[in-house]
Design a binder for this molecule. Structure first.
Ligand SMILES: NC(=O)c1ccc[n+]([C@@H]2O[C@H](COP(=O)([O-])OP(=O)(O)OC[C@H]3O[C@@H](n4cnc5c(N)ncnc54)[C@H](O)[C@@H]3O)[C@@H](O)[C@H]2O)c1
Length: 251
């Protein structure tokens, strides 16, 4: 592997598992120092041990992305320890109820989706940008979902929170467009990760049937695209929602 991210300091949230872990691994393999944010301490420790065996420069931070104090403190700790923050990839997220019409959808579940997926995206973006704006350069990537563009029936909380992430990306990107900081999003269709382990077969079949390639994406495919999006060479693109959907997305 070359050193595309040599000397870069990257925060990856939701980095203990799934997409976040795969992205952190690829960034680390290409030279980045990775700050892994996740609220699952056990999984985080396992991931750090794996990364250590692969000689990845990594440090773990137990953070609940929906908790403002924890996000603020952890971001400033990364800045103190490593001197700067070059890259953020926000991958922490939850799926919530599936196969559940809005009439049966518990409001408390909707609140949870908002807290983690949308407010969490807002908080990590806010505090990373407070540090990054001093440098005047950097790359932010927030993971949304194709369901935020198209809406998945039976997953109203998830779809609405991910649509909110798209609005966040587009608004914030324009606030920083006259700097060397870019803010983009990614809208994957179904990717094979632990997030789908408890999704009902009916819901999963519905989502897979909508993908013209007729298969799930892999975390390695997502990691490859994320790494391009946050690379230095991707310099004339901001406020855009990239697609990785096997042909599902039509706009
Ligand atoms: N897997 C898919 O099919 C798919 C499709 C589209 C979008 N996405 C999005 O991609 C992102 C990653 O999903 P994934 O499939 O890797 O999920 P995953 O469940 O495999 O991993 C998510 C990680 O985030 C962590 N996390 C959850 N809530 C957190 C919180 N409040 N604070 C800190 N960490 C938290 C979990 O501990 C876990 O390690 C999510 O935002 C998800 O919505 C996934």
């Amino acid at each position: 592997m070359n050193e595309r991210f040599g000397n870069k300091i990257a925060i990856i949230t939701g980095a203990a598992g799934g997409i976040g872990k795969a992205v952190a691994l690829r960034l680390g393999q290409e030279g980045a120092t990775v700050a892994l944010f996740d609220f699952n301490q056990i999984l985080l420790q396992q991931t750090l041990t794996e990364f250590e065996q692969q000689h990845i420069k990594a440090k773990g931070y137990q953070v609940d992305i929906s908790n403002e104090e924890q996000v603020e403190n952890s971001v400033s700790q990364v800045k103190k320890e490593f001197g700067r923050i070059d890259i953020l990839i926000n991958s922490a997220g939850i799926v919530g109820p599936t196969s559940t019409k809005i009439t049966e959808y518990a409001t408390v579940e909707f609140d949870k989706l908002y807290e983690v997926n949308l407010k969490g995206s807002f908080l990590i973006t806010k505090y990373v940008l407070q540090e990054m704006k001093q440098l005047g350069m950097g790359r932010l990537l927030l993971i949304s979902s194709v369901s935020g563009k198209e809406g998945n029936p039976g997953m109203v909380g998830y779809s609405a929170s991910k649509a909110g992430v798209i609005g966040l990306v587009k608004g914030v990107a324009k606030e920083f467009a006259d700097t060397k900081i870019t803010v983009n999003g990614l809208a994957p269709a179904v990717i094979k990760t632990p997030m789908n382990d408890n999704t009902s077969k009916e819901q999963l079949d519905y989502m897979t049937a909508k993908i013209p390639m007729k298969r799930l994406g892999t975390v390695e495919e997502v990691a490859a695209m994320c790494c391009f999006i946050v690379s230095d060479e991707n310099s004339f693109s901001t406020g855009f929602i990239y697609d990785i959907s096997g042909g599902r997305a039509t706009y």
